[in-house]
Design a protein around this ligand. Structure first.
Ligand SMILES: C[S@@+](CC[C@H](N)C(=O)[O-])C[C@H]1O[C@@H](n2cnc3c(N)ncnc32)[C@H](O)[C@@H]1O
Length: 234
């Protein structure tokens, strides 16, 4: 999996290189990430990459000519041809919702190019001429596309064989087809008794059939659904 990110803050992604499952995926030779600054590719003075919106209004809009030049310098072809070879995904609240199904789709598809916005976002011609997709990580507005890009990288890269210490973690996970799109059942571990709060007897019974039935019956339940009333204030 090859993932390129275009951002005003490539240094923010440095910590991701240290994340264990990304390191594992990189070591297997199946993950390559690169981070590019729009500013390194602008010809405008002072490293300018955005401009005031036509028609007025607050904020600054990322310029299409700056993104096009960045693509041409990085990929060595006409900017409008990049999306023929790669999934060029704009991160924007206006995009389609990033779900487990979208993560699987992106992970299985062509190399990814993720575009992070700032301020007011993107000139619309970035969508129409340069991008092939637009993704939102949820119905809220963040200050920039860097955290959304990290969410996409994390969700896609953990699907690379060898990325996770235990590949079985990918089986029967929340939202997957194996669970019919439902979330996973609750988990319990030691101690079996915590301040008088026990765990369901069936999980200690050693009866694998009964455990499987209990887990199946508890798919899609909200966290803490079986808890009693909350305690008082501290
Ligand atoms: C302040 S936001 C721009 C919001 C935009 N003016 C609007 O009202 O939709 C700046 C950038 O953060 C990123 N961003 C913010 N919220 C996001 C979300 N929910 N999903 C994906 N990207 C988001 C996008 O890259 C966006 O261009």
């Amino acid at each position: 999996m090859r993932i390129d990110v275009f951002t005003l803050f490539p240094e923010w992604f440095a910590w991701m290189d240290g994340v264990r499952h990304l390191q594992n995926a990189r070591r297997q030779g199946d993950l390559e990430t690169r981070f590019f600054s729009y500013r390194d590719h602008t010809v405008l003075s002072g490293g300018q990459v955005d401009d005031a919106p036509f028609g007025g209004g607050p904020g600054m809009v990322l310029r299409v000519d700056v993104v096009a030049r960045a693509f041409e310098q990085v990929y060595g072809c006409d900017a409008e041809r990049v999306r023929a070879e790669r999934s060029v995904v704009v991160l924007t609240p206006r995009g389609r919702r990033f779900t487990d199904a979208v993560a699987r789709e992106l992970a299985a598809g062509p190399p990814l190019t993720l575009l992070c916005g700032r301020y007011e976002g993107f000139d619309e011609r970035i969508h129409t001429l340069l991008a092939s997709d637009a993704v939102s990580i949820g119905p809220y507005v963040l200050a920039g596309g860097e955290i959304p890009a990290m969410a996409v990288i994390d969700a896609c890269a953990r699907r690379i064989p060898g990325a996770l210490g235990n590949a079985a973690s990918l089986d029967a996970e929340s939202f997957g087809t194996e669970l019919g799109g439902r979330t996973e059942h609750p988990h319990y571990t030691r101690p079996a008794d915590f301040r008088g709060h026990g765990v369901p007897d069936v999980l200690l019974s050693g009866d694998h059939g009964a455990v499987a039935r209990w887990r199946e019956a508890h798919l899609g339940t909200a966290p803490g659904a079986e808890l009693g009333p909350r305690g008082g204030a501290c």
